[in-house]
Design a protein around this ligand. Structure first.
Ligand SMILES: Nc1ncnc2c1ncn2[C@@H]1O[C@H](COP(=O)(O)OP(=O)(O)OP(=O)(O)O)[C@@H](O)[C@H]1O
Length: 208
């Protein structure tokens, strides 16, 4: 069981391809870091494996099946800015239930207090809001999570708590986790393996 990027080529309109025939593999149950300098396409790759963007060619395979083009997405993306990922006019209960209805045990484990459910997004801190985005991503059908600079905006204590919680849940559920971050210390702490994005690109050059 793995999330596999096969022969993937992608370019934004009018730009040179960010990657050509790139390959990446994230085993179910593993935590893999994607590293590289700013602007090299890490977030774009995260959006491609989650199905937010479509490759020019190549494919994303999830546990042996092509990434579905519509309906539920087994690869869930958690962004840097949770406030951009939620509807500001909805109370948090509706934000959460847009995805599924997590059990009280899951909410407790993710660190969501029941009184927050009646608030609007602007009435929560960024760290509290990010916990809702994590709970939403933990749909029963989720197989892989992409955490794109998920805690970059938070203080060290909040970062540590959120990572401790998420790593515990993904280990227990056997999910695969792709971590995109500039923070080497964080990657060293949470990842089983780290892949420089340049390695995805270099594979193309080696094939020439
Ligand atoms: N929607 C877009 N349209 C056109 N070009 C884009 C778009 N989004 C990103 N880019 C460009 O694609 C390249 C890769 O961007 P991306 O955000 O994937 O890099 P990154 O490695 O995640 O960077 P950072 O570490 O700074 O977040 C950059 O040159 C960026 O300017």
């Amino acid at each position: 069981m793995a999330l596999i990027v096969k022969d993937l080529t992608f370019a934004y309109p009018g730009a040179e391809p960010l990657y050509r025939s790139a390959h990446l593999r994230v085993e179910a149950g593993s935590v893999v870091g994607l590293t590289g300098p700013s602007g090299t396409g890490k977030s774009t790759l995260g959006a491609l494996v989650a199905g937010d963007l479509r490759p020019r060619s190549g494919e994303v395979v999830v546990d042996g099946h092509p990434l579905p083009r519509r309906g539920f997405r087994p690869v869930q993306l958690i962004h840097q800015h949770p406030e951009h990922a939620v509807n500001p006019r909805w109370r948090m209960r509706s934000v959460l239930h847009e995805s599924h209805r997590p059990s009280p045990e899951t909410l407790e484990r993710v660190g969501i207090r029941s009184e927050w459910l009646d608030r609007f997004p602007e009435e929560l801190s960024g760290g509290e809001l990010q916990r809702f985005c994590i709970a939403r991503a933990l749909h029963p059908g989720t197989r892989y999570i992409v955490a794109d600079e998920m805690t970059t905006m938070f203080d060290a204590v909040t970062q540590a708590r959120i990572w401790h919680m998420l790593i515990g849940i993904v280990r227990d559920r056997g999910l695969g986790l792709l971590v995109i971050s500039h923070e080497q210390a964080l990657l060293d702490r949470v990842c089983d393996d780290q892949i420089p994005i340049d390695r995805l690109r270099r594979q193309y050059r080696l094939r020439l």
